[in-house]
Design a protein around this ligand. Sequence first.
Ligand code: ADP
Length: 247
Amino acid sequence: MRQSSLLYLDGVSVSFDGFRALNSLSLVIEPGEMRAIIGPNGAGKTTMMDVITGKTRPDSGEVFFAGDTDLTRLDEAAIAELGIGRKFQKPTVFESHTVWDNLELALKAPRGPFSTLFHALRPAERARIEELLELIRLGSRRDDLAANLSHGQKQWLEIGMLLAQEPQLLLVDEPAAGMTDAETAETADLLRDINKTRSVVVVEHDMTFIRALGVKVTVLHEGSVLAEGSIDHVSSDERVVEVYLGR
Ligand code: ADP
């Protein structure tokens, strides 16, 4: 199972001062999959993302990427380079730059900070930025300063900047938080579009959004998996209703 999976967590535990944030968590994401992770506050969702991205080292358990790569031996930079991109909840775009320039900077970033000063865009890079602009629904806003975008549009721009690095797996933390209903629906469509070419793990509280995604859901509770399956399946599970949906 590990060999054929994109992401493989087995028996992962993390304690902070004796408190078990993750308690023998096991999770498998298949190549090409999009998975939604839900769970009440304190369930361990952020800690799980921190373990995958190398920000937190597990006390025990296995974390493998693309079959054979042991993520517990790598630091954050090496894991990002491997092809795992993480979108935090708060958008961090360059507000005083245009939408286009934000994408251009992100595209050139792997070549080092000075490359942006001297290197003109190649035709293939220009085409990729055009593609990303369409994908993130900001084609008509390319020349606007990022500061003038709505909160939702800034989230999309940051997702575009992450995609410029061509991750195999995109981790997204509560993308719908603070969005309008229309932006939330558009974000579900955007993630489905992204999932046509890469894998996505999305942590989200918004049930309307999770339903719109229409993907397999994993419910975390007290640091381990409480239930897994379609949203209808998990939301009819009594234990899930008790710890999460019924609160
Ligand atoms: P979620 O993202 O599902 O809300 P977290 O992973 O943030 O859950 O937290 C799981 C538990 O671990 C919480 O009870 C939280 O207080 C605790 N925790 C998380 N990070 C730390 C830390 N750096 N130090 C101490 N406790 C932490």
